[in-house]
Design a protein around this ligand. Structure first.
Ligand code: NAD
Length: 368
């Protein structure tokens, strides 16, 4: 077992706008080192298409081992049309899947926050989304995306059959539900657990195990159960009823994308993928913006770095136990938005358009 090195941060900028937005995070980490006397050890390497171009593989063993020994991995984004026709095992996205799977990152945290300054960017009415602050916890390493048996096989009369298996065990459900309950305790103390217990046995087990864990260890947290299709509807009808939503891999994939769009912009939303804590309380984790490599704007200096910067704020909070610094960074972002600074993707009339670098610099100036 490779030991996790405290405070070691591995930056994997990746492809497209990945390097541009990650550069701003690097500046912020260096600022913390210099001005707050923090001792982050920063390393940086290739992943995705950039790694394929140099090494013929989306992630080398060397980079993978660096990730294993880092307390925090920050990934920009991977992919782009240049690599679209590669065989599946060589595609840039394999780097991401390998890291999530091999680092055993089973809990994916996706906040959906609607900044008051950007309420008009949402497709919903301002009163529905203004002040929205939801955390979706998606199970990331189980369920139908990984269950066996799977595949496509020939059956009678020239027909074929596609098979995927939806499966969950007690321990897979309990460990992710714990993450959700613990998060709720630091927020509005409310968990909504979503499944399809009306039609799926694995959903019924999910509901029973979450309830049992609640009754045993988290009686002080409010727990509601909701069918996943109803949750999709409620997210549009009255999203502010939610605090923490916990759900499986498949429903989490859909619901977290839906929730992120309530806030109007891909360039603002961070995410965290967490593993289990070891007996020393250490945990592997990867932080990344929810957006992709945006090849349409890569190299133009106009990408919004806020999602990646807020991903680092999540790292400060969840991996590094630096809540005060995380809050300071989040406040700096808010303050820059208050001042009317906008990258192109969130630009509205009367606001000041800034480049990727200028946005990073403005946020750093607020940290001061
Ligand atoms: P995308 O998120 O890259 O882009 C969607 C749209 O949003 C584009 O118009 C883009 O310009 C804009 N956008 C995204 N992030 C932005 C930012 N920070 N600032 C300003 N505008 C931003 O999604 P896509 O176009 O579907 O995918 C492009 C490539 O990225 C594909 O190869 C895809 O496989 C890959 N991808 C990677 C990840 C990841 O690395 N986690 C996630 C999604 C997609």
């Amino acid at each position: 077992m490779i030991k996790i090195k405290k405070r070691k941060v591995l930056l994997l900028p990746g492809d497209g706008i990945g390097p541009e937005v990650t550069r701003e995070v690097r500046k912020i980490i260096e600022w913390f080192n210099k001005n707050k006397s923090l001792d982050f050890e920063i390393d940086e390497d290739l992943a995705g298409g950039a790694s394929y171009d140099k090494h013929g593989t989306p992630i080398t063993d060397e980079v993978f081992y660096k990730a294993l020994e880092s307390e925090v991995v920050i990934l920009g984004a991977v992919g782009g049309p240049k690599w679209d026709n590669l065989e599946f095992s060589k595609k840039p996205e394999r780097a991401l899947l390998k890291l999530r799977k091999e680092l055993k990152l089973f809990a994916n945290l996706r906040p959906a926050i609607c900044f008051k300054q950007l309420v008009d960017a949402s497709s919903l009415k301002p009163e529905i989304v203004s002040g929205l602050d939801i955390m979706i916890v998606r199970e990331l390493t189980g369920g139908i995306y990984f269950g066996e048996p799977r595949g496509i096989k020939p059956i009678d009369k020239g027909e074929r059959k596609g098979i995927n298996t939806h499966t969950y065990t007690t321990s897979e459900i309990v460990r992710v539900a714990k993450v959700a309950f613990d998060l709720a305790k630091k927020r509005a103390n409310k968990v909504t657990s979503c499944e399809k217990s009306n039609v799926m046995e694995a959903g019924q087990l999910w509901k029973e195990e979450v309830q049992a864990l609640h009754d045993k260890e988290y009686k002080d947290v409010e727990l509601n159960h909701m069918l996943a299709d109803n949750c999709a509807m409620q997210l549009l009808r009255n999203p502010k009823q939610f605090d923490v939503i916990v759900t499986d891999n498949l429903f989490g994939d859909m619901l977290s994308d839906q929730a992120s769009m309530l806030t109007g912009s891909l360039g603002l939303l961070p995410s965290a993928s967490l593993g289990a804590k070891n007996k020393n309380g250490e945990m592997r984790a990867m932080y990344e913006p929810i957006h992709g490599a945006a090849p349409d704007i890569a190299g133009k200096g106009i990408a919004n770095p806020i999602a990646t910067i807020l991903s680092f704020a999540m790292a400060l909070k969840y991996s590094l136990d630096l809540d005060k610094e995380a809050e300071g960074l989040e406040k700096a972002v808010q303050s820059v938005l208050d001042d009317g600074f906008r990258t192109k993707d969130i630009l509205t009339k009367g606001m000041k358009e800034v480049s990727t670098t200028e946005m990073g610099d403005a946020i750093i100036s607020k940290l001061k």
